[in-house]
Design a protein around this ligand. Structure first.
Ligand SMILES: Cc1cc2nc3c(=O)[nH]c(=O)nc-3n(C[C@H](O)[C@H](O)[C@H](O)COP(=O)(O)O)c2cc1C
Length: 204
């Protein structure tokens, strides 16, 4: 397989992994994932990001406790979903949420408040940077045979998370990525065919 083929293979099998072995993730690997995040494209190379990596089980367990009320809410939502495909996605998310406190590691991708000047939506600019960084982390995790998932779980207990993680004023958690050695298989991702979403030269 040449470099392009192996890159496409990694990308096409980078699906959300929500089931992990209980063993810890090596710190050098976690640091490499964050380094991959910092390689992301970002507006004016301002790099408006911070990464909080948590691998201390007691802290992860406490964060999980704050999400317990959301688990109950989500279970109620799932019981009302009729579409089986949608229910499957929600159930997988609910599994991750229920087991959040036992995640081997967590990477919080955070943005710093920045002022990009008149004519710019500064919040949108910093968000574009952290989302690109998060995607790089997922791809690097896949390449390292680590499972990871893009989530916004922190929004359900933002103040508790901010306090426990000592998030300073002007910094915001935007993406929460549980990481672990996977106990399920990678990919393939389920996406529309390129021909459905791509048009040459102009939109039809
Ligand atoms: C901005 C964003 C927020 C997401 N939030 C969650 C989440 O809170 N919980 C979760 O389990 N997955 C979350 N996901 C993952 C998506 O559900 C997932 O990528 C999508 O269903 C496609 O599945 P795949 O990644 O397995 O291919 C999020 C993804 C993005 C981009």
């Amino acid at each position: 397989m040449n470099q392009f083929e192996s890159t496409m293979e990694i990308l096409s099998s980078t699906r959300s992994i929500r089931h992990y072995e209980s063993r810890p993730v090596e710190r050098d690997l976690l640091e490499s994932l964050v380094r991959a995040g910092t390689y992301a494209s970002n507006p004016r190379n301002t790099q408006p990001w911070r990464f909080i990596v948590v691998d201390e089980p007691t802290i992860i367990a406490e964060l999980g406790e704050y999400l317990v009320p959301r688990v109950a809410e989500l279970d109620k939502i799932i019981s009302r979903i009729e579409d089986p495909v949608r229910a499957k996605v929600y159930k997988s998310g609910a599994h991750l949420l229920r087991n959040f406190g036992a995640s081997p590691a967590l990477i919080f991708v955070c943005s710093e408040e920045r002022d990009f000047g008149p004519g710019f939506d500064s919040r949108e600019a910093v968000l574009s940077a952290v989302h690109a960084a998060a995607q790089n982390i997922l791809i690097a995790a896949r390449a390292a045979n680590l499972g990871a998932a893009y989530t916004t779980f922190h929004i359900h207990a933002e103040e508790h998370f901010n306090t426990l993680l000592n998030i300073p004023q002007g910094v915001k958690i935007d993406i929460t990525i549980p990481v672990g050695h996977p106990s399920v298989k990678f990919g393939p991702v389920n996406r529309k065919a390129t021909s459905e979403v791509m048009h040459w030269n102009r939109h039809p």
